[in-house]
Write a protein that binds this ligand. Structure first.
Ligand code: GLY
Length: 422
């Protein structure tokens, strides 16, 4: 099978790494890819946000299946263009991807099928939002941009005044662009957060075990929200709901509702869930694998990923659980100094090969580039180092031993990924 993976981050490197192990694969391409992916796939420079450009590439390369990694191509209709040309695509249609690209739409879907989510209200004008916020009790309030904003559209504020400042930036000063034309003001939930990811074929779902993301930039969950600074998997405490309860209470109803609306979801559906005293509540859906969740979950998958992706893309997922390895993964993101705000690029990265040599460690490239044969930084999240082990403590030791080997000027990473789990 000839496969094209779209994307250039750590998630896509992990997808390529796993797909490359498949005996069914005859040729792997990626667009645009990155230097890590280039060791596994032939990288093709195409504008992956342009559906006709992606379709043209897939046709020219005689691709059997396209795997879409990030959300932007999905929201722009890349899957629809491929599906119209009868090319199998793992990644939902533009309509189904609205579970991520419009938080308002996601709430409508959840409302229709009784999936619990935090109390919230949507606003297009600042005056109404202000009135609503001033009537809330003082404390933490979540403000979200309705649309996609590079993973930075969710702000957890600590007071009504801070929430109003964010809303003013969003609704008056338009600092979140089109994504912030509508703002969501949401109840802050206490609880323990999980990332659940399911492969979906339009009708059936099959779930990975939950992962736990660490979204804040600094140790102790301090600092600004990021796309994710590290993940552990599996993240299961004794009191957690069983996986089949999460599947039947959240994933199946949402999948059925999307199909009923004429937009069956084929791809990876990600639910960010808060486990509260009142039960699980959905904070967000994403229409793709999580990043860095994929870097921690895929090394635990104990079967060929390629036929699973193809089955999801073509509506024929097997009715059985995924085969997962025993043990655990800890993934640590190495980021540029200043991420998630301003950071420099083009800084030489050293000693990646030494980290790769460590047994049970994997180094996935996220924001890297090659400049005159030298690996340099090219993004906020630069590398994702995954350690595997017989338990989380062992995986943590492997991940941090490898993470410490790699160096560049301004390397920033959390030292407490998963540390509260043993
Ligand atoms: N790590 C969270 C996300 O992928 O959106």
């Amino acid at each position: 099978m000839r496969v094209l993976v779209i994307g250039s981050g750590g998630r896509e490197h992990a997808l390529c790494w796993k797909i490359a192990q498949s005996p069914l694969l005859t040729k792997l391409y990626a667009t645009p890819g990155n230097p890590g992916i280039a060791s596994l796939a032939e990288c093709q420079p195409v504008d992956s946000s342009d559906p006709s450009a992606v379709l043209g590439l897939a046709q020219r390369l005689h691709i059997d299946m396209v795997v879409v990694g990030p959300e932007d191509p999905l929201a722009l209709g890349v899957s629809d263009a491929l599906a119209r040309a009868r090319i199998a695509v793992f990644g939902p249609s533009q309509q189904a991807a609205r579970v991520e690209s419009s938080k308002h739409f996601a709430k409508q879907v959840m409302e229709a099928v009784g999936v619990p989510y935090p109390i919230s209200a949507d606003f297009s004008d600042f005056t109404s939002a202000e009135r609503y916020v001033l009537a809330l009790p003082e404390g933490r309030i979540v403000v979200k941009a309705d649309g996609l904003f590079h993973g930075k559209g969710v702000i957890v504020t600590s007071s009504r005044q801070e929430a109003l400042t964010v809303l003013e930036r969003m609704l008056v000063h338009r600092q979140f662009g089109a994504a912030g034309q509508k703002a969501i003001v949401e109840q802050f939930l206490e609880g323990d957060e999980r990332s659940y990811i399911a492969l979906c074929d339009g009708e059936r779902t099959v779930l990975f075990p939950p992962a736990r993301d660490h979204k804040r930039a600094f140790d102790g969950d301090r600092g600004p929200n990021t796309g994710g600074m590290g993940v552990i998997a599996p993240a299961i405490r004794a009191e957690d709901p069983p996986l089949d309860a999460v599947e039947s209470q959240i994933f199946r109803p949402v999948l059925q509702e999307l199909a009923r609306r004429g937009s069956p979801f084929r791809g990876a559906l990600f639910a960010g869930v808060m486990l509260t005293n009142e039960g699980p509540k959905v904070l967000e859906f994403n229409a793709r694998f999580g990043d860095p969740e994929a870097e921690a979950l895929l090394p635990l998958l104990d079967e060929d990923l390629l036929p699973l992706l193809y089955a999801a893309a073509t509506g024929s997922l097997p009715a059985r659980p995924l085969r997962m390895r025993a043990g655990a993964c800890v993934s640590v993101v190495l980021a540029s100094d200043g991420y998630p705000d301003h950071y420099d690029a083009g800084i030489p990265i050293e000693h990646v090969e030494e980290a790769v040599q460590i047994s049970d460690a994997f180094v996935f490239h996220a924001g890297t580039a090659l400049r005159d044969h030298q690996l340099v930084t090219a993004g906020g999240r630069v590398l994702c180092v995954t350690g595997t082990g017989f338990d989380l403590a062992a995986a943590y030791r492997v991940a941090y031993t490898a993470a410490e080997k790699i160096s560049w000027h301004g390397k920033q990473f959390r030292r407490d990924i998963g540390a509260s789990w043993w």
